[in-house]
Design a protein around this ligand. Sequence first.
Ligand code: ACO
Length: 349
Amino acid sequence: MPRSKIAGIGMYVPEKVFTNNDLLKYMDTSDEWIQERTGIKERRYAHRTEETTTTMGVAAAKIAIERAGITAQDVDFIVFATLCPDYYFPGCGVLVQRELKMKEIGALDVRNQCSGFLYALSVADQFIRSGTYKNILVIGSEKHSFGLDFSTRGRNVSVIFGDGAGAVVLQPTEKNDQGILSTHLHSDGESAEILAMYNPGTHANHWGAKNYASFDDAEISQMFMSHKMIDSAQNFPFMDGPSVFKKAIVKFPEVIMEALHKNGYELSDLNMLIPHQANLRISQFVQQKLKLRDDQVYNNIQKYGNTTAASVPIALCEAWQEGKIKEGNLVCLAAFGSGFTWASALLKW
Ligand code: ACO
């Protein structure tokens, strides 16, 4: 059975740099608070009307496709991961298919938030291993800036997130010492409401006490989106930050060790860990817990903020472009996020 390899990788971040100090125009916060708690110095924001989650994904995809030495017409399947699609439906995958004038191939959207890219990569990996497809485009992209609460009310969430996209082309490889060795996917829906955007949605209070959203019967009978929802910020992401932190620092190390042990490796064998760029403090905690050297872990959240489904491919692409990942290196990708979901992939570059 062939393994899949990353044949091409690309990234795109918008031109507009938004520093912590730029946020002061909108909310009561400080550069010091943000850097101390998250490590973030600045992030990129997409052009409000000229860029979308899909167009950024397409920009990253074009680079990945070119680097893979193929054309868009050679791609035989698309997997697109995002939590902020251009439309509630249809998904971004079909917009990529249209934009790149691809054949009438399958286009799948994945909704696993910060773990989205790794879930998408895992799906693509299975299709390559089974021999179904030969050139799969996997994209993670987010235009968070369009859906954040920039008032002081939303500051605990809004300062963390940034926009951007990353993409890879997966192809089969017959080489024993190359490619994706394994992927590992997990979830625990018990904490679904800890990190979530409740509305618009169809839950209508169904999840009751577990849900932080609460509406009266009159409202529920009439709406998908109401004025009260907007007034109470239900259309913005909610995050119980300390609970996310506590779970993340347990699940990141677990899923990294799972990937290594499944393939007979130890931490000392690892050339590079690319953690989802959730928060620099989370990455540093994981690094310390696993006793990894600085050169074994790559972080770029300082420049881009947390770009959710895009963060792993952006970090992987930058690490590779900077020459920090070389042929034959053992690389672990790991993510944790809303759901909760968490995942890892171990690969030989
Ligand atoms: N600027 C200034 N003050 C702020 C800000 C801000 N941007 N945000 C919150 N505060 C204030 C709060 O209002 C609160 O003030 P109070 O004590 O007067 O009530 C105080 O800071 C502490 O608030 P907490 O929410 O308890 O802040 P905490 O110290 O927990 O830090 C943070 C928040 C950074 C989110 C932290 O909980 C954390 O690191 N959590 C991990 C979650 C995370 O990083 N998620 C990333 C996205 S999800 C993912 O990718 C997995």
